[in-house]
Design a protein around this ligand. Structure first.
Ligand SMILES: *[C@@H]1O[C@H](CO)[C@@H](O)[C@H](O)[C@H]1NC(C)=O
Ligand SMILES: *[C@@H]1O[C@H](CO)[C@@H](O)[C@H](O)[C@H]1NC(C)=O
Ligand SMILES: *[C@@H]1O[C@H](CO)[C@@H](O)[C@H](O)[C@H]1NC(C)=O
Ligand SMILES: *[C@@H]1O[C@H](CO)[C@@H](O)[C@H](O)[C@H]1NC(C)=O
Ligand SMILES: *[C@@H]1O[C@H](CO)[C@@H](O)[C@H](O)[C@H]1NC(C)=O
Ligand SMILES: *[C@@H]1O[C@H](CO)[C@@H](O)[C@H](O)[C@H]1NC(C)=O
Length: 472
């Protein structure tokens, strides 16, 4: 048992510990520095890819052996006590018959796989990644998308998917909407991409948009901009981001069992079919309550009251700049406070804002309604208030991490999709959640006041999944 137990620990990224009789359980995610040696040089042949994969596997084993000598003794003892579920990500090889038309010439499939062991050490679930990232050419896509759910006696069911999957409807959103999953285990090797897709920024937004628990374990490779893990729950969101240290990090937190939270009870989710935040023009009780609460807030939030178009400043002063390789339409923020609108195709974005002090940096409001075709085609609708990297317009949309301007704002847009992920990133990779957000007729909005750190990015990152595969 000891050796077996150690073997799980070599590959683990995530584990769950039952806390009996309470409305919480403990979860830990480990941002591991040694598991993966990523090589961004794409080999030109499958043979080359196999050699590379073998090299990576060799390296992996060697380093994992190193790690097991230092880090993990205590954890291995915990595992041996039989008190936790372990989830790990690993490469999987599966022999196939050459009569299978999809069987690769070398007679085996290679999958990017998550494995789940229960407290007795039994393999209870396995998930093969569906949305392979551009550079994962040494992995095969399984024949069909898998909706994998495993059950625990202490916290009910969990869904599982991997990394890039989170940006698409299948299987990520489908698990939540069609299978009622409210807790997700999410191993990832996420390369941060500012301003909109840094790991902690997007993963937190995903969890909070759906009102679920997301246990995200990134790998730790600052040299590839790969850091940022978190335990994102409706009650709190401890996270870890460290681009400087080469050390791994174990993050442990109490996680509320989500059915015990009133607003996310199964009754509500059943009547809505989806989470409150994503529900559009809903007439059920929960949404009405939320809208009332929001209405009160908006009244109090002077000067961020819902402005009318006639009060917009400089409506004509727009420019174009590239953000995340997409061509955004921007409008600069001018002055200590103001209102602005900017449109892209059918999406119009608005901001009402007020600086706490004299502005010291250029900010701009950007809108994008269209396909994103780099690294996986997907349809986006985005409203983003960004700090520009410099004082010139063409620096708006570039990644920055530091800011000193404290800004209260309301950000909104007339989105055509209900899948909108609200992101607020402040100086030095500090995360915030919106004070309020939701639908107000055809607009989705969020508000934030009184942040203690400078604003880097505030974005409503919308995904219009149905349009992903349409060419226009
Ligand atoms: C990446 O792989 C290529 C091809 O195998 C190799 O030439 C190169 O040295 C590798 N780079 C790193 C940083 O390991
Ligand atoms: C990491 O991010 C920084 C800042 O955004 C960027 O300059 C750098 O090229 C990135 N490194 C890699 C390996 O992508
Ligand atoms: C696409 O992925 C590569 C890594 O494979 C990364 O360097 C690049 O920044 C990504 N581009 C965008 C627009 O996300
Ligand atoms: C961005 O879009 C605008 C408006 O469609 C266009 O004029 C401009 O050339 C585009 N910029 C780039 C770099 O494609
Ligand atoms: C959003 O607002 C603009 C400006 O009022 C309008 O032209 C556009 O049709 C609206 N989009 C949707 C989807 O209603
Ligand atoms: C951001 O601020 C921190 C602390 O003030 C500083 O150490 C760091 O170098 C800054 N980073 C950038 C990119 O300016």
């Amino acid at each position: 048992m000891g050796a077996f137990c150690l073997r799980w620990l070599l590959v683990w990224q995530c584990f769950l510990i039952p806390v009996w009789g309470l409305d919480f359980y403990k979860a830990a995610v480990y941002e591991h520095p040694t598991v993966l040696r990523l090589n961004l040089t794409i080999p030109s042949t499958r043979e080359g890819a196999l050699r590379l994969m073998q090299k990576n596997l060799d390296k992996y084993q060697e380093q994992v052996h190193e790690a097991s000598k230092q880090v993990l003794y205590q954890l291995s003892c915990m595992a041996r006590n039989g008190n936790m579920y372990l989830i790990a990500n690993m490469g999987e090889r599966q022999a196939c018959e050459l009569s299978d038309p999809q069987c690769p010439a070398d007679g085996r499939y290679q999958f990017n796989t998550n494995v789940v062991f229960d407290a007795e050490g039994t393999l209870i679930a396995k998930y093969q990644k569906w949305k392979l990232f551009r550079i994962e050419i040494y992995y095969n896509k399984p024949k069909t998308v898998q909706h994998v759910i495993f059950n625990t006696p202490f916290a009910g069911k969990f869904g599982i998917f991997t990394c890039f999957d989170i940006l698409f409807y299948e299987p990520a959103v489908s698990l939540i909407e069609h299978y009622g999953v409210k807790q997700i285990v999410f191993p990832t090797a996420w390369m941060n991409k500012l301003p909109l897709l840094s790991a902690i920024e997007f993963h937190q937004a995903f969890a909070s948009a759906f009102g679920i628990n997301l246990l995200a374990a990134n790998q730790h490779h600052p040299e590839y901009n790969m850091t940022g893990s978190g335990i994102y729950t409706p009650l709190g969101f401890p996270y870890y981001y460290n681009a400087k240290s080469s050390e791994g990090k174990l993050l442990v937190a109490k996680v509320p069992i989500i059915t015990s939270i009133k607003d996310h009870s199964p009754e509500h989710s059943k009547s809505q079919g989806t989470s409150a935040f994503l529900q559009r023009n809903s007439h059920n009780e929960l949404s009405v309550l939320q809208q009332q609460k929001v209405g009160v807030k908006l009244e109090q939030t002077d000067p961020l009251k819902h402005p009318t178009l006639s009060h917009m400043d400089n409506p004509g002063d727009t420019f174009h700049a590239s953000m995340m390789s997409d061509n955004y339409t921007f409008i600069p923020l001018t002055g200590v406070q103001g209102n602005h609108q900017v449109c892209s195709n059918n999406l119009c974005c608005h901001v009402a804002y007020e600086h706490a002090n004299t502005p010291s940096n250029l900010y701009a409001l950007g809108a994008y309604d269209g396909h994103h075709r780099v690294n996986g085609s997907r349809y986006l609708q985005v409203c983003a208030l960004v700090k520009c990297a410099g004082s010139k317009y063409d620096t708006c949309g570039q990644g920055v991490t530091n800011a000193t301007d404290i800004i209260d704002f309301k950000l909104w847009g007339n989105f055509s999709t209900r899948y909108i992920f609200p992101e607020i990133l402040a100086s030095e990779m500090k995360l915030y959640r919106a004070d309020s957000r939701g639908w107000d007729n055809n607009d989705f909005y969020m508000t934030k006041k009184g942040m203690s750190a400078g604003l880097v990015t505030a974005a409503l990152y919308g995904r219009w999944y149905e349009k992903d595969n349409l060419s226009k």
